[in-house]
Write a protein that binds this ligand. Structure first.
Ligand code: FAD
Length: 233
């Protein structure tokens, strides 16, 4: 489907946004690079920051925007607990949604060459084997999810939060849209392993994979999807 979002949508290349933000950072706002926060402590009116390079700094407010394995979150959750460093790391680990996301950016000309009418050249599209909605039972609204497996089988979940009885099923969807006024196409392939939802993810959170390792998840899908998944540089 074409994603027509309320209020529309604007897509950006992250590197472009970062450059714009950096360019507009006033000279009065210093930016300290190569400082990896390990923990903070509140000392009276100030917060003391400790960094892996051995330096410290003080601030009035601390805004933690340090990503998936946030050191700020780890320290915050450890407050008032007698955890060892190992326990703090373990207890503040993020829970995994069970979704693997394969993402790549390609020059739009590569898509246009083989697939000149591909909808992702001009708009944001989402193609999914999921259907999500709500159903009213006993005067209560329950979420439901229908998906089509390769064999054409349909499944219905009355509680999407409970995947336990459906371990081993995979669900896929793809989102694609143009960036930089159509110069680049961002392609995001999502593959859900429902049995892994709510578990801890072991290993690195970002790795490189080969296109052929992923393309098979979308075998038999509609033409636009095949062309996005199999685009060759
Ligand atoms: C390959 C890839 C492709 C993606 N593509 C898309 C996409 O197309 N669209 C989309 O919406 N999302 C995408 N995402 C997801 C998106 O990048 C994240 O959701 C988003 O970046 C999270 O933002 P954040 O600010 O929470 O963390 P981050 O962007 O991870 O920023 C955290 C920052 O904190 C710094 N940091 C971490 N720890 C410390 C520390 N201890 N001390 C000091 N600094 C620290 C890091 O160096 C980093 O600069 C993608 C993710 C990946 C990995």
């Amino acid at each position: 489907m074409d994603l027509n979002l309320l209020g529309g949508s604007v897509s950006f290349h992250r590197a472009d946004i970062q450059s714009i933000l950096l360019e507009h950072l006033p000279i009065s706002t210093p930016c300290h690079l190569s400082h990896r926060l390990t923990s903070y402590t509140e000392t009276g009116a100030e917060i003391k920051l400790e960094f892996a390079n051995g330096t410290t700094a003080f601030c009035d407010f601390l805004i933690g925007a340090d990503g998936l394995n946030s050191a700020v979150r780890k320290t915050l959750l450890s407050e008032g607990k007698n955890w060892t460093e190992e326990e703090a790391v373990q207890n503040s680990r993020p829970l995994w949604t069970g979704v693997h996301i394969y993402r790549y950016v390609v020059n739009a000309e590569l898509i246009r060459r083989d697939s000149p009418n591909n909808r992702a050249l001009s708009k944001i599209i989402m193609v999914s084997d999921l259907l999500i909605g709500t159903i009213e039972l006993d005067s209560q609204k329950h979420p439901f999810l229908v998906f089509r497996q390769k064999q054409g089988k349909f499944c219905l979940f009355l509680d999407v939060a409970n995947w336990d009885s459906h371990r081993g099923d995979y669900l896929q969807h793809i989102v694609a849209f143009p960036m930089r006024q159509g110069e680049l196409i961002n392609i995001v392939l999502c593959v859900l392993d429902p049995g892994k939802q709510g578990t801890y993810f072991d290993g690195p959170s970002v790795i490189q994979v080969l296109q052929d390792d992923v393309a098979h998840y979308f075998d038999g899908w509609e033409g636009d999807v095949q062309d996005l998944v199999k685009v060759r540089k």
